[in-house]
Design a protein around this ligand. Structure first.
Ligand code: GLC
Length: 731
């Protein structure tokens, strides 16, 4: 009987979702594509392109000026705008001018217009909500009620681009339709959801061994250790420093035996040095981008002067991507791609100009004007727009100046890894995450949020970026926990871990210029250990929700407005998020706080815990509450009639039992959950044996009854509904 019910439910939900999202007829009606001019290149952001619309463009009025093509829309008073991926400021993007031209600026402050990504999708909420995606490889500016509070102005610097307008009956449905257009998001292996320790400045392989040993000694779970540029020989990709990391292969296998993976960095620039195999081959095959003189373009990054692979060419991606074999042969299956905006510290042009200015001011009194000129000139050497106009790609035989396809560079670098690893290790997932990105990369890799700071407000920024990135397909993401620049304090790291316990990428990373921030170094290391263990406890739920969101084009992190669109208070909440089907989070991001105000858009059960075992369940009513949570306590909330599947933490994911779970049940009447639980590394996602349907109902005598479709999985129920029922509004 139970199985019949489950089958009927599955058919029903399939019919509902089919009707809601999936019919081609509906999709055509919901998506309109407009082509402006003759786009230079297919960005390959959108995979499933509908035929271009012949009708005049809906919503926007178009005009041209010196800045490019302007699309203007009059915003309804007070209606929020969501999306735009990686950016500063709010979940509601209204009130700022965002410039999408990928760049690396470590000052993630409120006035920063461009970050590392270019994610041109937003959703305007209102009487009639709609989404808009600007498919352009060049600079696009979104003035979201900044210059004129009532107007959204989108400016495409290129005159040739495409626009997609997406309609739907809800914000979530609009995002879903968009995500179907751009294709399935990348799914990393399960171990990538474990805690990752990283640092720029681990001098040699023994320091890496020490990190692994000290984490173990402190009982802190650890799945991987990031290798920054220190491991390379002279900052050359696909090399290891013979003196300090000469035993990289042994290190990798030693750690693998303990269930710990290495995650080395790969940078965009190729050091100009005969004997550097990537340099030699790249020159010989003519695979680097070209300067104005037709020679291989020169720009500087960590190794000094470099050439840059023309990742926009498939054969170059194939060639560069297969160089990862150097690392995969050592058993390494996790990588991060960096400096791929691409960052240019200087070019010969910029350096010469600076040297000229130095000469000009050298023998002067360096008054304020000249001093300023000197400082500005030095600063302007880095990522100078003029430089991006001086080199060229070869796309299908067409020469294209970089500046016009700038936003595609990082995407195609990560794609090189994704495509080649897929070829070298078919049906085997690898971890890849990139710093620069644009929509399209989400199919090949995740991203991290770049060089943040050890600032309290960066916990909040980390959180705010999660839903906007999810909207644009970036599900595997997170920020440098503890902050990259600046010295972190124990309490900051703890509060950050309490948020990062939910972010798919949970990596503690710091710069070589600041204090080390491995958890075992802090007086409060036991609290940190317990917070990381809570992450491992949550892993079955997070992993299941993540994979289902990737497969179903859904968002793992959602603003409250997406789930409670009729609730005017929920719509304004900027520091709480829905995570997956069952949870709401409200992290603490202020120093010295022992609690915070939280808004509950419906009755929920708060879980306050100081370790996986020490938990309190507090049923709470819809409304405003002050929730206390000392530094060693984190709080999250379970929605009504929802289930959360938990595991028992291990020293790493390899050592966890993914066949034995606890189900937290906040169930008044009944609840159903489909748990996704695969082997963690193959790509056979649709295999029915990976899904366990769990159905829990409340019996007349008040007890819970459990039915499950897969008896191989052991489930133990914890009833959190009945505990402390009708008690305190305020905890
Ligand atoms: C960049 C990266 C950072 C890395 C550093 C050195 O700043 O964003 O994560 O540690 O380069 O490679």
């Amino acid at each position: 009987m139970f199985y019949v019910k489950i089958i009927i439910q599955m058919i029903l939900s399939w019919i509902v979702s089919f009707g809601k999202y999936n019919t081609e007829y509906e999709e055509e009606k919901m998506v309109k594509r407009y082509i402006f001019g003759k786009p230079l290149i297919d960005t390959e952001g959108v995979l499933n392109k509908p035929e271009p619309s012949q009708e005049p463009m809906s919503y926007f009025a178009c005009e041209n000026n010196d800045e490019g093509v302007l699309l203007k829309y009059t915003l309804e008073a007070g209606s929020p705008v969501y999306g735009l991926g990686q950016n500063v400021r709010g979940i509601n993007k209204r009130g700022f001018r965002y410039v999408h031209f990928t760049g690396s600026n470590a000052q993630h402050v409120d006035t920063l217009a461009s970050m590392y990504g270019s994610h041109n999708f937003l959703v305007v909420s209102g009487e009639k909500s709609f989404g808009v995606f600007i498919d352009s490889p060049g600079r696009v500016t979104f003035d979201v009620g900044f210059s004129d509070p009532d107007e959204l102005t989108i400016i495409s610097e290129l005159e040739d681009f495409e626009v997609y307008i997406i309609e739907g009956t809800s914000l979530r449905e609009i995002v879903h339709t968009f995500r179907q257009l751009i294709g399935q998001s990348y799914i990393p292996p399960k171990w990538a959801f474990g805690y990752q320790q990283c640092r720029w400045g681990y001098k040699n392989s023994d320091e890496i061994r020490e990190v692994a040993a000290r984490m173990k000694e402190a009982g802190i779970p650890l799945d991987s250790i990031g290798l920054d540029i220190d491991y390379m020989d002279g900052y050359k990709n696909f090399t290891a420093d013979p003196e300090n990391y000469g035993d990289l292969a042994e290190l990798s296998s030693e750690l693998l035996e303990q269930g710990i993976r290495l995650v080395p960095i790969i940078d965009a620039g190729t050091k100009i040095e005969p004997g550097n195999i990537v340099y030699d081959e790249g020159v010989e095959k003519d695979y680097f981008v070209k300067g104005e003189d037709g020679e291989d373009f020169i720009g500087a990054v960590w190794p000094g002067r470099c050439h840059f692979p023309d990742f926009l060419r498939p054969e170059v991606r194939d060639w560069f991507g297969h160089h990862y074999k150097y690392l995969t042969d050592m058993g390494i299956e996790g990588f991060w791609n960096d400096m791929n905006e691409p960052t240019l510290f200087f070019t010969n042009r910029g350096l010469q100009h600076t040297l000229d200015v130095v000469d000009e001011v050298r023998d002067t009194q360096l008054d304020i004007k000249r001093r300023r000129k000197l400082i500005d000139t030095v600063a302007a050497m880095r990522n100078n727009i003029a430089d991006y106009k001086t080199f060229y790609h070869n796309v299908n035989g067409k020469t294209i100046v970089h500046d016009k396809v700038h936003n595609l560079y990082g995407y195609n670098m990560a794609r090189a890894a994704g495509e080649a690893l897929n070829d070298m290790l078919p049906n085997h997932r690898t971890l890849i995450f990139s710093r620069s990105s644009c929509i399209g990369l989400h199919r090949y890799a995740g991203i991290w949020q770049g060089d943040n700071q050890s600032w309290w407000q960066h916990i909040l920024l980390n959180m705010k970026m999660m839903p906007s990135l999810n909207m644009c397909g970036f599900l595997f993401t997170g920020a440098d926990v503890g902050g990259f620049h600046g010295n972190t304090s124990g309490d900051l790291l703890i509060r950050w871990l309490q948020l990062a316990a939910f972010t798919p990428l949970m990596r503690n990373h710091s710069a070589n210029t600041c204090n080390r921030q491995e958890p075992y170094l802090f007086k409060q290391k036991d609290i940190m250990r317990d917070m990381i263990k809570i992450r491992y406890m949550l892993l079955p739920y997070l992993y299941s929700e993540f994979v289902k969101c990737a497969l179903n084009s859904d968002m793992l992190f959602r603003p409250l407005a997406f789930d409670y669109p009729e609730d005017a208070t929920a719509i304004e909440v900027e520091d709480q998020l829905m995570v997956g089907d069952a949870l709401m989070i409200a992290p603490i991001y202020t120093q010295n706080a022992s609690g915070r105000y939280v808004y509950l858009p419906e009755d929920m059960v708060a879980i306050r815990l100081s370790s996986p075992e020490e938990r309190e369940y507090i049923p709470m009513k819809k409304g405003h509450h002050y929730i206390s949570a000392e530094l060693n306590q984190m709080v999250f909330f379970v929605r009504k009639d929802k289930l959360v599947v938990l595991g028992t933490p291990g020293q790493n994911t390899d050592q966890m039992n993914f066949n034995d779970f606890e189900v937290l049940c906040n169930v008044e009447t009944e609840s159903t959950y489909s748990l996704y639980n695969d082997d963690g590394f193959t790509k056979d996602y649709q295999n029915p044996q990976y899904y366990t349907d769990i159905h829990i109902s409340r019996m007349e005598d008040g007890t819970l009854s459990l039915k499950q479709s897969n008896s191989e999985v052991k489930l133990t129920m914890t009833d959190i509904t009945s505990q402390n029922k009708n008690k305190g509004e305020c905890i």
